[in-house]
Design a protein around this ligand. Sequence first.
Ligand SMILES: [Zn+2]
Length: 86
Amino acid sequence: MTDTFEMPEHRCPFCGSLHDHATNTTTEAKPNAGDVSICFDCTSIGVFDENGSVRKPTEEEKAVFLADSRVQTVIAARTFQLAGLL
Ligand SMILES: [Zn+2]
């Protein structure tokens, strides 16, 4: 089950894309501080902060997120979509 939530406007810390929504692909919960964010435009991994914005992850956070098969699946699916393969 997925759900999409309105979020405070924020920019991807990698590509600068403006975002104001987030979709949780694993639960129906609104993102919390410390949750992973995957940019819809560039697929970079970020981390939601306490204001609903997204910051760059630490190296430790990035390693944990990249080891999560759910994160790997979302990045792969979005990468295929951006390439026109899905
Ligand atoms: Zn981005």
